[in-house]
Ligand binder design. Structure first.
Ligand code: SAH
Length: 330
């Protein structure tokens, strides 16, 4: 699909038919089962200063935490008992854990729990990615955030777009299933940029597309910028599904934050994955990339049940496999 066609879909007057088509493509290519990935936000320590992010380095109002490797392992164990087949380990970006610590944790989770593991821990060296893959991580999420170099520079003053793209190439080379994506509704972002973002996702031939609405956090320099609308978010989602077909696309927490029905609506407009938060309750309040995240006080088991009910309420089923990339079906 070319840029004009993508733009046309993104800006169609009434999006009802667009959502229906995305839902049809989702059913045909990835089926009715929704994959649940347990999300562990294991540290909010971060060395970067991304303008949009609530846990950016210079945000002094954030109390920093770092779960111990044993705590992370215990959390993975609980997720396994709850019924999860796959985990996402996410954190800020910093060298708070040694490579050996991370690798031994991954080996332990793999050997003892047999869970599929996705990492979302930012930019690393190729050698580090290789070691993490060897230790048992299956997938890696690293959003390119925006394809516009100008916007990227403005929003991520201490990162280089070229480096992030290099990281995505390395992740692929060392054998990860790769997920990337954007935030929609970023201050300064145009519809034309979103169309370019979608073309880039296609070019990267991603296994997973993780994206969500930008939500203004009052403790950041972008506190006064308006948050994204659910309408733009769902349009983008639907177009990504129609263009990319057999990728995994989560209905992200941020979608459920801007609208209480956001995740249900997303599942009906192309999404097929949910990422219930299984982070121990005492840490959740400290991991706020943006404000208003639902379920901050919920225990992991409640979160799991809530999302199973959510899936069932829209006539879908919960998948009973690990939900690996549909592009590498073995
Ligand atoms: N630090 C790691 C992973 C954690 S951040 C990394 O940078 O890859 C996970 C994602 O949260 C980011 O990629 C970004 O797209 C999203 N995010 C951060 N701040 C946000 C905000 N204010 N609103 C919506 N999404 C946000």
């Amino acid at each position: 699909m070319n840029k004009d066609e993508i733009l046309q879909m993104l800006t169609v007057k009434d999006a009802t038919a667009l959502y229906a088509e995305a839902d049809r493509v989702r059913r045909e290519y990835v089926g009715d089962a929704v994959h649940l990935r347990g999300l562990i936000e294991f540290s909010n320590a971060c060395g970067r200063d991304c303008l949009y992010c609530g846990i950016r380095r210079s945000n002094r109002s954030v109390q920093r935490y770092r779960m111990s490797v044993d705590e992370i392992f215990a959390c993975a164990k609980e997720a396994k008992i709850l019924g999860f087949k796959s985990l996402v380990l996410q954190s800020g970006e910093s060298a708070q854990y040694t490579l050996d610590e991370m690798c031994s944790l991954l080996r332990r989770i793999k050997q003892e729990q047999g869970l599929a593991i996705t990492l979302s821990i930012g930019e690393k060296t190729r050698a580090e990615y290789e070691a993490l893959k060897q230790a048992g991580a299956d997938r890696y999420l690293l959003r390119f955030e925006t394809s516009s170099e100008k916007l990227f520079c403005e929003l991520k003053p201490d990162s280089l777009q070229q480096k992030r793209m290099q990281c995505l190439a390395w992740l692929r080379e060392v054998g990860f299933q790769v997920g990337s994506g954007i935030m929609v509704g970023l201050p300064g972002q145009t519809i034309s940029m979103i169309a370019d973002d979608i073309l880039l996702m296609q070019e990267l031939d991603l296994d997973m597309v993780g994206f969500g609405p930008f939500i203004a956090d009052p403790t950041t320099p972008l506190g006064d910028a308006g948050s994204a609308s659910l309408d733009l978010t769902l349009r983008t989602l639907a177009v990504i599904r129609i263009v990319m077909k057999n990728v995994h696309i989560p209905a992200t927490t941020a979608m459920g934050t801007i609208d209480p029905e956001g995740r249900q609506k997303a599942l009906k407009a192309g999404a097929n994955v949910l990422m219930p938060n299984v982070t121990p309750t005492q840490y959740r309040e400290m991991y706020q990339l943006y404000p208003g995240k639902p379920g901050l006080k919920q225990a992991p088991s409640d979160t799991f049940d809530t999302l199973v009910r959510l899936v069932q309420s829209i006539g879908r089923t919960v998948a009973d496999d690990a939900g690996h990339s549909l592009k590498i079906l073995k």
